[in-house]
Design a binder for this molecule. Sequence first.
Ligand SMILES: [Ca+2]
Length: 331
Amino acid sequence: MLKHALLAFCLVGSTSAMASDYLDRPEFLAMVNELEQAGVYTPGELQALFKHVKRQDRVLELMSRAPERRKEWFEYRPIFITSARVNQGVQFWRENANALALAESKTGVPAEMIVSILGVETSYGRNKGSFRVIDALATLGFDHPPRAPFFSKELREFLILSRENGMNPSEIRGSYAGAMGYPQFMPSSWRNLAVDFDGDGRIDLINNPVDAIGSIANYFKGNGWKPGEGVVLAATATGNISDDSVSTTLNTTTTLAAIAQSGIQSNHSLSPKTPATAFRLQGTNGSEYWIGLHNFYVITRYNRSIMYAMAVNDLANLIKQEKQAGDARAN
Ligand SMILES: [Ca+2]
């Protein structure tokens, strides 16, 4: 009996070790090959590294319930728009005023937009995520078939980034999706669009808010931010608006003229040909109509969600107002 129990224990033990171990997986072996061919890692280095990589069921659980997909706007907004987040945003702005002003002058991305992204993503660096990035990306890249191509590519990018940037890939922590540092950049975004904004010779988004500021501005610029243009227009609906007239996608596939024709009106002085998208949200007082412009679309390149972009824009405006009020009181 004892013997059987021990045997059962050993079997369970070895099964779970196998399940959490990627060393024999064909996907892992393909990656090892690729990174060896590219001259980035030797197979021995990757095997040593992945000996300690574990599948994280919590990551799979979190991936299957992102808040944007479940909540309505009246529930989503208060998660991100709080007086603490506004006040901390003003404080962050004051502490990093020079870097923010420089980023704005170089890219045309408003300081409040950069601050707001940092607020929504990590509460200005207070919550950068506690998952080992290598575990999170391996779990999603190897054990989450719907998004495996995306995350296995990000895993490769993460390994290359670690090597390029002299970081230990076993130590870096981030979100359950492998987003890192103050701005929660994915590895490919870090490699493509992050910048060394304080000029110390390395890009550090984990501990350096100045590099994070410059990198967010550069990310927005790289995704086509148009300086001086608006983000959204508040709108009102006349008559019954058919579901076809409101979008659930993020692209500005229609024009202000076509939107007005469908009964969604807004006060503005923009050209009727301006590319735009209309959408409906469930606010505290029922349906709200909004018109997203090109820069709204650019914000969604950070996170592909209408409510995310709305929250970022609202928080940016509130932080700016609060900062201006503070400046006025000080004078
Ligand atoms: Ca730097």
